[in-house]
Design a protein around this ligand. Sequence first.
Ligand SMILES: NC(=O)c1ccc[n+]([C@@H]2O[C@H](COP(=O)([O-])OP(=O)(O)OC[C@H]3O[C@@H](n4cnc5c(N)ncnc54)[C@H](OP(=O)(O)O)[C@@H]3O)[C@@H](O)[C@H]2O)c1
Length: 279
Amino acid sequence: MNPNQTWVITGANRGLGRALTEAALDAGHSVLATVRGTHTLPEHDRLAVHQLDVRQRERAREVVAGAVKEFGRLDVLVNNAGYGLIGAIEEVDEAEAREIIDTDLFGALWLSQAAASIMREQGAGDIVQISTVGAVGTMPTMGLYNAAKWALEGFSEALAAEVRGFGVRVTLAELGGIDTEWATSSMRFSAPHPAYDALRTSLFGTPEVPWPGDGTGGGTSQHDAAAAILAHVADPTDRRLRLLVGDDAPAQVLAAMNNRRRDYKLDPRFVSAGSPSHE
Ligand SMILES: NC(=O)c1ccc[n+]([C@@H]2O[C@H](COP(=O)([O-])OP(=O)(O)OC[C@H]3O[C@@H](n4cnc5c(N)ncnc54)[C@H](OP(=O)(O)O)[C@@H]3O)[C@@H](O)[C@H]2O)c1
């Protein structure tokens, strides 16, 4: 592993961003952590905390450049900041739709652009996008979140091929359920329409939203998730674009892939094009 790397991690005051910040510091790296508003990150001589709402493109550029000013280089960017939205497509209003795309998609895009130019000139670097198994499949009532993360994966796969030749690696960390506040107090909800009460009941056991926001959701420990991401970054021979993170992630992705394959197979040309031999 390369010690004393410089990491930029967004959304670092809590959840996975905080776990990554602590793990990177423990591993000997320097971290520029971004937060919104007040924070409870510890004082540390290798930690710089900067304010950033990831929707602000110019500010994102300043923050990324700040890592080079402060620590001399930029080795790893983790686009972690993000949130989920529960709302059937018909229920999501314009402001809600724009805000989640601005945050989960454009936020990561602005930071990736800023980091890519620095890393390209350095001839090295890692861009890690915190994605989800929900960027492979979808779930009813999570369509805007799925859309934002699918689009994140779309531009990132293209970016990976664009910058590989410059020594820059892009990784899509596809998370299963992680025990942060993502599914509880961080979750946002569109105004429910009674037409979707039965669907919400089948999915969540109740038509009521928002649901109680206390505590953390279930799933893989955020510290284990952070450790898996650090281990991947520390291994330059690991060329995976998609890194499955969390105990349930492989099965979720397999189910989504099987659904898609079943759908394509309804077109006989797909079968005659030789799909069975590729399975
Ligand atoms: N936990 C899961 O089960 C799960 C599964 C799949 C993917 N993910 C993804 O994992 C990432 C981390 O989420 P988490 O699980 O750690 O949830 P979390 O505990 O709710 O943390 C989310 C972080 O994102 C920050 N954030 C939200 N909007 C922001 C904005 N506009 N600008 C800057 N920061 C912003 C929050 O900042 P504040 O503290 O200021 O609110 C917070 O630090 C997200 O991208 C999420 O979509 C999580």
